[in-house]
Design a protein around this ligand. Structure first.
Ligand code: BGC
Length: 410
């Protein structure tokens, strides 16, 4: 029997755009709806979580979880620059209050990939004005909601723009569709093609200084308003090298993981989000090993990646670690259980070695909108009927909820 530390956060995660539905003032809504689109499906109604949050919070509480990580949507709160919707803020206040009413710890993310269309039209995170634009949003939302927020996360996966850019560059070419779509989106919203920069499809290199500065500034703002810890979450792959691939691995590791973990020094926690490992050879990224199982995302089924990234995050940042995302896209829920169980055992190894791990938050509560892949990949512990919106917990939901209740596994 392995026991997790007292007070361990056991949660599930979502992000506003992926579950709420109708996020019409956001940058991605435009990019999903235009024809042709890079997106397999438009997010549309998503899981209608905007109206069904109460049922969903009750569901996760009933399963045995004590934490819910979700994001508030900047595009709803500030749909036009400088106009802040009191109604949207009130909505999120009711949602956070509902968590407390169900004895669920709310962990609130202030930026999870989407942004208001006006922000992305104006250069997004490539423009240094992004720092003050985001700070102003955090000031307003933090003032309205901070007293109820138990944990705040400034930016979800601040290192993912540079990661996606580097992957694009490493795969060499094939980029015309993306550039065409960005130019067309800019035209549709009256912007300039070279300025239109969505989080995941802009120039990641240009975003790094702004994202790091925005994190520092919003950390200070939220510290003064939120009742609990404030931090950042990072997308951390376990970077490994085959002989000859060490130099490339170390370079990628520093640019994608290292510099962001160093920037988290002094924060109250660092959020680790891990799905797989990535291997480097002498000539670049290596394909999946022969015979390896691939998930719906094409990632290698490799749950033990979590142990390496949690150790790295703790060592480099010096912060307590919360696993703020971990999970698998699969139609086979039995594989989800195997994946998660192995990931949790690897987390136990860290705990036993004295790494300060404070929680495990599974991605995701619901089958939801998986960005470019649309509704294909299934990350949810709970199935969602795309016509009726009916929720149906999968066996993995009951299994993980039981571990959460016991705070132990055996
Ligand atoms: C993101 C989620 C996403 C998940 C699975 C993470 O990178 O934060 O929004 O759905 O991975 O791909």
């Amino acid at each position: 029997m392995a026991t997790f530390p007292a007070g361990f956060l056991w949660g599930t995660a979502t992000a506003a755009h992926q579950v709420e539905g109708g996020n019409t003032a956001s940058d991605l809504w435009l990019m999903e709806m235009m024809k042709p689109s890079l997106f397999a499906d438009p997010s549309g109604d998503a899981c209608d979580h905007y109206h069904r949050y109460s049922e969903d919070i009750a569901l996760l509480a009933g399963l045995g979880f004590n934490t819910y990580r979700f994001s508030i949507e900047w595009a709803r709160i500030e749909p036009e620059e400088g106009f802040f919707s009191q109604a949207a803020l009130d909505h999120y206040r009711r949602m956070i209050a509902e968590c407390h009413a169900r004895r669920i710890t709310p962990m609130v993310t202030f930026h999870h990939f989407t942004a208001p269309l006006w922000f992305t039209r104006g250069g997004g995170w490539e423009d240094e004005k992004s720092v003050d634009r985001f700070a102003r949003f955090c000031e307003r939302a933090g003032t309205a909601l901070g007293d109820l927020i138990a944990y705040a996360c400034t930016i979800n996966e601040a290192n993912i723009p540079i990661m996606t850019t580097m992957i694009r560059q490493a795969s060499g070419g094939g980029d015309e569709m993306r550039l065409k779509a960005l130019a067309e989106a800019a035209r549709l919203c009256g912007g300039r093609p070279e300025r239109f920069a969505p989080y995941l499809s802009g120039d990641g290199h240009a975003t790094v200084p702004n994202l790091l500065a925005a994190h520092r500034k919003s950390y200070d703002i939220l510290k003064a308003k939120v009742s609990g810890p404030v931090g950042i979450t990072l997308s951390l792959n376990d970077f490994q090298a085959e002989p000859g691939g060490e130099a490339l691995r170390d370079m990628a590791d520093q640019l994608i993981n290292g510099q962001f973990l160093e920037a988290a020094k002094g924060d109250d926690y660092v959020g680790v989000q891990t799905y797989t490992r990535v291997r480097f050879g002498e000539a670049g990224l290596l394909p999946l090993p022969d015979g390896a199982e691939a998930t719906q995302m094409g990632y290698e089924f490799y749950p033990e990646a979590l142990e390496a990234t949690v150790r790295q995050a703790a060592r480099v940042s010096g912060c307590p670690v919360i696993v703020t995302e971990n999970g698998i896209g699969t139609e086979d829920d039995a594989r989800r259980i195997v994946y998660t169980e192995r990931a949790l055992w690897s987390l136990i190894n860290c705990v036993r070695d004295g790494v300060d791990v404070q929680g495990y938050i599974h991605w995701s509560l619901l089958d939801n909108f998986e960005w470019l892949e649309g509704y294909g990949p299934k990350f949810g512990l709970v199935e969602v009927d795309r016509t009726t919106q009916a929720r149906k917990p999968k066996p993995s939901a009951y299994w993980l909820g039981e571990i959460a209740k016991q705070n132990a596994m055996g």
